[in-house]
Design a protein around this ligand. Sequence first.
Ligand code: TYC
Length: 107
Amino acid sequence: MSDFDPYKHNDDDLAVQEAKPKLKRPPLYKVILLNDDFTPMDFVIEILMDFFSMSEEKATRVMLQIHTQGVGVCGTYSKDVAETKVYIVNDYSRENQHPLMCSMEEV
Ligand code: TYC
């Protein structure tokens, strides 16, 4: 018999196939910001710096990209972390009476 034998034989010579490990990486989620006509640019930059740890330069670039393209990615996270980011950003925007919308989508 060759060395490769996916079927291990037990003492009664029954072929028993070993279970394949069912390991899958947990899905990741993009947290996204949507453009609108009312939220001040400085407020969006503040959000990107404070909640997504961006430098002022990067936050400005991302804000302008959202402003011109309509949507932009703030970061990619596990489901729990993405849900928390979405919650705190939307909460903070409402608290400050801005219509800024943050949401998430699976990568
Ligand atoms: N379009 C907004 C303005 O002109 C700025 C803005 C940028 C708003 C990004 C939301 O996610 C946003 N004041």
